[in-house]
Design a protein around this ligand. Sequence first.
Ligand code: PEP
Ligand code: MG
Length: 883
Amino acid sequence: TKWVYTFGDGKAEGAAGMKNLLGGKGANLAEMSNLGLPVPPGFTITTGVCTYYYANGNAYPPELAAEVDAALAHVGTLAGRRFGDDANPLLVSVRSGARASMPGMMDTVLNLGLNDVTVAAVATAAGDERFAYDSYRRFIQMYSDVVMGIDHHHFEEILQNYKDDNGYSLDTDLIADDWKTVIGKYKAMVETEAGKPFPQDAHEQLWGAIGAVFGSWMNARAITYRRLHDIPESWGTAVNIQAMVFGNMGETSATGVAFTRNPSTGDKRLYGEFLVNAQGEDVVAGIRTPQDLTEVARIEAGSERPSLEAVMPEAFREFVAICDTLEAHYRDMQDVEFTIERGKLWMLQTRSGKRTTKAALKVAVDMCGEGLITRDEAILRIEPGGLDQLLHPTIDPAAERVLVAKGLPASPGAASGEVVFNSEDAVAAKQAGRRVILVRIETSPEDIHGMHAAEGILTTRGGMTSHAAVVARGMGKPCVSGAGSIRVDYAAETLTSGGITLKKGDIVTIDGASGQVLKGRVPMLQPELSGDFAKLMEWADASRRMAVRTNAETPADARVAVRFGAEGIGLSRTEHMFFDEGRIVAVREMILADDEKGRRQALAKLLPMQRADFVELFEIMHGLPVTIRLLDPPLHEFLPKTEEEIAEVAKGLGVHPQKLRERADELHEFNPMLGFRGCRLAINYPEIAEMQARAIFEAAVEAGRKTGRPVVPEVMVPLVAMRQEFDLVKARIDAMAAAVAKEKGTTIDYSVGTMIELPRACLMAGQIAETAEFFSFGTNDLTQTTYGLSRDDAAQFLGPYLQRGILEQDPFVSLDQAGVGELVRIAVERGRAVRPKIKLGICGEHGGDPASIRFCESVGLDYVSCSPFRVPIARLAAAQASI
Ligand code: PEP
Ligand code: MG
């Protein structure tokens, strides 16, 4: 096995396609080298070494040391220096690089190879003593922090004390001799804290850094991140070691980051930031506020500080040309890092840029227009779940605003919530069901869980590429970063700006589109679904095979779903209509009735209300198919539970509380999910099914006359296990259809089908299909009954199952394709064998989950049905599944 791959000087042993072995960063460094772009020479230690390391008790492959030495020599030759040499030392950077970019791992050690001797050689070679000692102190701090585990506050304290003692205010006030003194103090402190001196040997330094990268693959933050992003542990990370280039060699040096298009909006304009005389990490760390790359951006931002275009025009032009080359080559928007060392441009990284969904849509539609990608590729570029971001509300332009501060519009959408100042408070509030805005001076990977819990993120420091901005965009959460006028006092838990002070718990609104921070809760508007979104969805609709319906029973839900492109209703849960005010009384009367006659009297009160519900639903759906399910839940769900409720309801109904209590006791079930529910109700109380059927058919006739479009209702029977059950209920429905048709003097077109949500129904699907005209897979109940675990109580033990890797995903969220999916497959086959044209759909929660939708496509379902807000996601996922 080859463990090390070199790159540099227009050649590389790797290439972009080798991400699994070289990690994303390593593969792209190789690719850029192959393209002849200016990349500092270096080499990548493969992810295979990481796997080996963990499989062999943290030991390296025996050949690794020799391969690293050879690669170091090769890099030294290209750079004209030698690693570990006292007189002409090669300095390197060491960075982790997994297949997917992964915050939370050891990130970077710069300037490795510096020690008490080589620092002097570097000073001489650079002709700049201050630069050399500044680099050395940065190296000691970074290395001690990430490799030796010494917290940076130790270093900050030493530096701050030194500055105070000498009357300095800025780091740039320190001259070379100052840094020498500070370095002495740093080294003494490291020796005390670590119990051993700071390593002076370059090879010892290097292997320490390599070990830290591999070790960080298993740190808690990396593990959490992998779990949240479904990244398998087995992937491992690579390590990239590269000759240093310096952005901090004075005023003709700089370092920066850029996106080839705007990652927030997708606009086709170079977008980025840089700092003169700085090292890479300074830009993202948010210690100094960076400058704009282009003149246009600088003017737009109204910034006084000059752009890169103005201060280093030649390097800028070369950089623009390289960005164009990279976009054309990768056929995607790139996120790049660069350094300019004394006027010479070096590329340090390129990768496909993270972007908001809004930007993703614009970039995909634009690139299709530019001829860079096909329509199918454009469709495949959009992550369906991300469409959710577009459904975010925005601040009503007419709303009154009390401006607290203004920062950068780092991630779009608006959100309101209580102010909290740390991630623990954010998580606690979220668990208590409250909405919060996480306010930090700046965020770090330690804040990921808090950012997840928050509705939005506000920072007072850092640019558009700061940690907070990048992570928030990835999460699709609103973020305002760098709101510099805000003073945060962590101890007092307050923020102050422009004479306004907000305490922890006060409500704030952030607008990630404008960067505004507003006092209180501000009214919001629902989003407009046009432009690039509409275009891409049109393409998706044209290339998908499955139809997308919605689960809806209220008029409001149905309207939203139609606006989002639903092509019908796949499940209308009629029981939800029973809970409405004015109805629940009649429902309870029905339940309390002593005989059929009493029940029919109560049902007669429900009939007009239920009919009106259906008329409205049919009208909204305007001729699109509507599936209405007969009553499903056990009757006790409609009765009061506590003594207080019982007393109150009894009074309202005019019955004795004792009677209510007795009926509730009679209806009590040990396991209601497997109890007196579904078609078992319709078989034992046929009058309930009859009332519902009458309401459906009368409504169909009425809505058909009103809209001028025939309504063809699909009546659905829940929880069928046997064909006989279905047949009994179907006979009642058919009889009612005939009766209503006769009464109205018309014919009624309709179909009767069943939920397939029990394992027996899947197995007996052939028999059931003899009489059922459609199947709708109720994968919620099917998952529950296949696993034998209750969907209401599962959270308690599913959590630990997920953490321990027993389950990869919650089977109630993403369909268990191997088990539950096998039952679906069997039912599809057996159903179709008997009735080739049988209509097949899914209406469990899985109908809105992209991975489950892919499965539905693979077994050839006719449609998926999901909650209204997931309809766009399902439309796109269905298209991707059929490409
Ligand atoms: C199902 O079981 O998947 C289903 C859609 O029905 P409900 O969630 O109402 O039980
Ligand atoms: Mg069900």
